[in-house]
Design a protein around this ligand. Structure first.
Ligand SMILES: [Fe+2]
Length: 486
């Protein structure tokens, strides 16, 4: 079966055009450290991943958005030619069963690498204090946000996410975004990081973390590239550095310990794992890549138990355990995860994935105790949408049972989906509930009502009705309540 192409030919209209952009200054120069020279490996226009000396600028603190917002560009800086020749070779290797998961470097930090919200803010505890005092954590998640044909769709999504920061109530402002993989197509090339990541998120004023997707780790058979080279440089840096890939923009590289780690924020703990480079299925452990991620999950769940962690526990990766269209379900990967959850008697409150270029929400009801876990696919972050129902077949009505309950299997229901719009998740976590909202980007910047949502009672581990505190707009809520009293 041919490998599913997630890349398209570049629009010939855009070929050769260069965006003219005024490159902004880096902000407060006084806070900068001296520049440091770093030998990095950058994919050259000819497709060769050649080591060249480029300068990474080290800062003492992280930088997120540009000092001043700028208008969206209409074309990419670097034209993206067709990857058809590379995919032809990949198809051949796939047909000959010669494609295997690729090894990746061990993260910094031992068996359970950890990163905190305070750390990604450079030790500034302002975000943590805001979340703690307001009693609510808000963050974004979305996958498959890169594109190869032009910036329009990825900017549509990123612009709406950025508009979520315009809030009268500090409790509703997102603190970070988590990308669910496939940040840069088709092969995570350094030369496309500016167009597919730094440029669309240039005005996003918060830290951005990322699961690595198959396209971030895949290596073109036509390039002498190293798997994940640019991803590691831009998301797993040791310090706050501005990388060459930023192309003159201000955002510093993220300081993740590696491709798997625990991210800790008030009210929530996210276990980020890497499901590797195959189109299907996702693989977190096998004879090619070892069992480090299984040991990691085991250690992370043991710590949840030992610490009696009561917040929302999420697992995030790229390949979805359950998928109703656009890609397959990664059932063997899920079984490995389930076995570790079962052994520790610790289960996530929700599972976030991307990979399929649409939005899908499932509820898994565990046969052993009736607890419920949402499994969300949000892979419509910018790259070409994929319909759940193949062309020529009837559209799928929701809800639908994906997997019936039996003595050996849990009930899994496809509750809702969107395969006609780009969009993203907005997650809200309180001390007692987790709410996952899906927002379609086509609704426009001012639309604040989600197109779909689910809430989980953290203690009961059941789908629940979300208890909103004050509508997110204290003034408006007060006025509405006053009207009720008349
Ligand atoms: Fe993918």
């Amino acid at each position: 079966m041919p490998a599913k192409r997630e890349s398209k030919k570049n629009d010939p209209k855009d070929s050769g055009k260069k965006e003219k952009r005024k490159e902004p200054s880096e902000g407060n120069a006084a806070r900068r450290k001296a520049s440091v020279a770093a030998a990095v490996s950058v994919v050259q226009p000819g497709g060769v991943d050649a080591p060249v000396a480029l300068r990474e600028r080290a800062l003492t603190h992280p930088v997120f958005a540009q000092p001043q917002p700028t208008a969206d560009p209409t074309v990419f800086r670097v034209a993206h030619p067709s990857d058809d020749a590379a995919y032809k070779e990949i198809d051949k290797l796939n047909a000959e069963h010669k494609l295997f998961p690729l090894p990746f470097p061990a993260p910094r930090g031992g068996v359970e690498p950890q990163l905190s919200l305070a750390q990604v803010f450079g030790g500034n505890t302002g975000a943590v204090d805001t979340v703690t005092s307001s009693g609510q954590l808000v963050f974004h998640a979305l996958g498959d946000c890169g594109n190869t044909t032009g910036p329009a769709t990825q900017n549509e999504v990123a612009d709406k996410m950025t508009a979520d920061f315009v809030e009268p109530n500090a409790a509703e402002i997102p603190q970070f975004a988590l990308l669910l993989g496939d940040v840069v197509y088709s092969f995570g090339e350094s030369k496309y990081y500016y167009d597919q990541f730094y440029e669309p998120y240039r005005n996003y004023p918060a830290p951005i973390l990322a699961c690595a997707g198959n396209h971030d780790g895949m290596v073109s058979p036509e390039a002498y590239a190293k798997s994940l080279a640019a991803f590691l440089r831009n998301f797993c840096a040791q310090d706050f550095v501005v990388t060459p890939e930023a192309g003159g923009l201000s955002r510093t590289a993220q300081i993740q310990p590696g491709v798997f780690f625990t991210f800790e924020a008030p009210f929530a703990r996210v276990l980020v794992i890497y499901s590797n480079t195959l189109e299907d299925p996702g693989v977190i452990s096998d004879s090619h890549i070892g069992r480090a991620q299984l040991d990691y999950l085991d250690a992370a769940l043991k710590r949840v138990k030992a610490e009696k962690f009561k917040g929302a526990l999420l697992i995030a990766d790229h390949h979805p355990p359950y998928c109703a269209g656009g890609h397959g379900s990664s059932t063997a990967m899920l079984q490995q995860i389930d076995e570790i959850c079962e052994a520790n008697d610790v289960w996530p409150h929700a599972f976030l994935s991307g990979h399929a270029h649409n939005y899908q929400r499932f509820t898994r009801t565990r046969r052993t105790d009736g607890t419920q876990i949402p499994y969300i696919v949000c892979g419509n972050g910018g790259h070409g949408l994929i319909k759940l129902a193949p062309n020529g077949t009837a559209p799928i009505r929701a809800p639908q049972v994906l997997q019936a309950a039996s003595a050996n299997s849990d009930l899994v229901v496809l509750e809702n989906y969107d395969d006609t719009n780009y969009g993203y998740l907005r997650l809200v976590v309180t001390a007692s509930q987790l709410r996952i909202e899906y927002h379609s980007a086509s609704d426009g910047l001012s639309a604040k009502a989600p197109n779909d949502y689910v809430a989980v009672d953290l203690g009961a581990r059941k789908i629940a009705h979300f208890v909103a505190t004050d509508m997110g707009r204290p003034g408006a809520a007060k006025a509405a309540r006053a009207m009720l009293k008349r």
